[in-house]
Ligand binder design. Sequence first.
Ligand SMILES: Cc1cc2nc3c(=O)[nH]c(=O)nc-3n(C[C@H](O)[C@H](O)[C@H](O)COP(=O)(O)OP(=O)(O)OC[C@H]3O[C@@H](n4cnc5c(N)ncnc54)[C@H](O)[C@@H]3O)c2cc1C
Length: 384
Amino acid sequence: MPPADNGRMDMLNDPALEAFQGEVRTFLETHLTHELRNAAARATSVFIAPAITLSWQRILDTRGWAAPDWPAEFGGPGWSEIERYIFAAECARAGAPGLAPMGLKMVAPVIMHYGTPEQRAHYLPRILSGEDYWCQGFSEPGAGSDLAALQLRATPDGDDYVLNGSKIWTTHAHFANRMFALVLRPAKASRRPGSASCCWTWRRRGSRSNRSAPSRATMNSTRSSFDDVRVPQANRLGAENAGWSVAKHLLTFERGGKYAPGLIGRLERLRAQAVADPVLRARLDREAVTLRALQALEVKAMRGVGGSAALYASALKVLGTETAQRIDTLACDIEGYAAWAEADGQTPADLAVAVPRYLNDRAASIYAGSNEIQRDLIARLMLG
Ligand SMILES: Cc1cc2nc3c(=O)[nH]c(=O)nc-3n(C[C@H](O)[C@H](O)[C@H](O)COP(=O)(O)OP(=O)(O)OC[C@H]3O[C@@H](n4cnc5c(N)ncnc54)[C@H](O)[C@@H]3O)c2cc1C
């Protein structure tokens, strides 16, 4: 049998870490409102509406905790890996909404690494405060797994680049006022990685007012078209034609990360229900064991031991998303079983969340690079 308290961190034998955990718990008890907790519990997508996530981000920002993974020099709290992990685990246990990753977790570390001092000074504080809300413009019609097939052209013209082409599947583009995108220099047009693309940032007009609007939409599966869109060359990240390096750096942050804390929190809530069926209970126990292993792997990845960042990113993406999908199935089975047992003809609220969440999470093994592609990358990284 797995231990009853699956959320407890094994590494907490240290009084300083226990004190830190207590400080985080007290903060969450005081500041995480019922409204935010409830909105997170009802969320059916990993991408929660910005009206919710930004209000939680602002509360965290006033405490200096909006970006736990950022170094102190850029406005992060300067925590150790274990403190960051404890913070994530406590937020998940308390049912806090997950923050939008595109700014804080994806483009910010890339700006820290490749950005000029001016770009860092300008963009990072605006990401922390939520003033800028980012989306990711990598995929194009015909360029998903094969990103080297991208077609969106960036033609230099004076101090600008002029963009023509289209992007697709741009999650939360309808809320964002900025996009980071991978584009192609026409003169260097080639399918050879490393020679033909750059990364850019720009401001979209007229998008900010959408943010507070309630919306069930998550991504934009229709095309976003760029017809002679001018972007200052000063908005390029990294050297010209070095976009592949920038993009690969970014993808390790998109794919890797901490899947276990959120899933442990979710599984704990499922286990807290009085599930009588022994088969369902056994499946809950099995996932608890799997999550322990995933947690251990994530801590190893954060410490940078036993493998490269790219290897961990791909491995955690596969393990994290597939475990999430099994837990989604389990949640539907448990809530469906409960609904059948009650049999009053109503769809219970928990089932009304579990089913759309199950459907939404089917996409998790596709976005950020499909799991088939991740398996291929793992094979190449491990076997050469
Ligand atoms: C909900 C959602 C949100 C998204 N959000 C964003 C976003 O915000 N920004 C963004 O840029 N993109 C986003 N995407 C796009 C996502 O990154 C792509 O869908 C993904 O990379 C797969 O590309 P594709 O859809 O073109 O499928 P394809 O590349 O056409 O792949 C189709 C199938 O073939 C398989 N396949 C392809 N090539 C190989 C291979 N070499 N070996 C083995 N199998 C292979 C794939 O695994 C997949 O199962 C999102 C997608 C979804 C579904």
